[in-house]
Design a protein around this ligand. Sequence first.
Ligand SMILES: [Ca+2]
Ligand SMILES: [Ca+2]
Ligand SMILES: [Ca+2]
Ligand SMILES: [Ca+2]
Length: 273
Amino acid sequence: MPVMGVFPRGSVLALAAVACAAGVASAGTGVNLVQNGGFEAGAGGNGSIVVGAPGWTTLGFATGVTWDTGAGFPGPFDPGPADRGANFASGGPGNSSSALAQVIDVSGDAALIDSGSASFVLSGWLGGYFNQDDHATLGVQFFSESSELLGAASVVGPLAADREGLTGLLQRSVSGAVPALARSARVTLSFQRVAGDFNDGYADGIGFVLRSPAACPGDFNGDGVVSTPDLVIFLGVFGQAVTPGSAQDFNGDGVVSTPDLVSFLGLFGTACP
Ligand SMILES: [Ca+2]
Ligand SMILES: [Ca+2]
Ligand SMILES: [Ca+2]
Ligand SMILES: [Ca+2]
C-alpha cells in the first residue's frame, strides 16, 4: 500500500521480539502441521503497527494485517482464499526484506520418513500490491536430528504481471519427497519489497502437509475400511477450501469437490491392505 502512518519504532521492535517463540506442532499425515497458518491466532494490525504473528518467529517488521484495513491493502473482495478469516501477513512498514518462520517437529513420523516414502505439500496464498513487484516467497528446509540441512524447496509468489496488476493473493504450492532422516521442517515466509516504502509481500492460508502413500486413502477414521463413517467425514468438508494435500483433497487442488468425490467413491467399500 502506498500510504503509511507514523511508525513507532521502539515499541515495534519490542513487540516483534516477544512474538519469537518457535512453533512446534505434533506430526501426522494428511493434516496441516503449520501453527497459525491463517494468521488468525492474534489480532492483526493496520500495517503501520508491527504486531508480528503468534506461532511464527518474526524476522524484521513482518506483521499480521486485518483484511478490512483498506488504504490500498488487499480487502475482503480482492483475490485471496475463500476462508481468509480476519487477518493476513505482510512484509510490514519501512523495510525491504522481512520474514516469518516456524519449525515443525516431524520426528513422530520418523519411521515413515526414513522409509523414503513420505512426501510433502507446502502451500499458501501469496500476493502483492497493484503494479508493484513486492512479493512473498514460501519455503521449507528439512533438518536432521543434528540440525544438518538435508533438503529444501520453495515457491515464489506472484509478481504484478502474474496478478494482472491487481492487488490480491493467489494460491501457490510446491511438493516433493521428504528426505530420509528429516526430523524437523523449517517453514519460512520471506517478504521482499521492490517498490515504494511498504513491503507489500502478502500471505495467508499457509499449509504444510505430510503424505504417506502407504496409508489407506479414504479411510479417514482409521478403522481399516472405507465405509459410511468415512463418507460422513468426507461430506462434512465437501465444497470447502482445505489445505492442499489434506486427506479429503485427493487431487490436491485445495478444494474438496466433485473430482475428489469420484476418487472417494472409487474406494468406497474397500478394505485397507
Ligand atoms: Ca487469514
Ligand atoms: Ca511496496
Ligand atoms: Ca473407515
Ligand atoms: Ca480437490
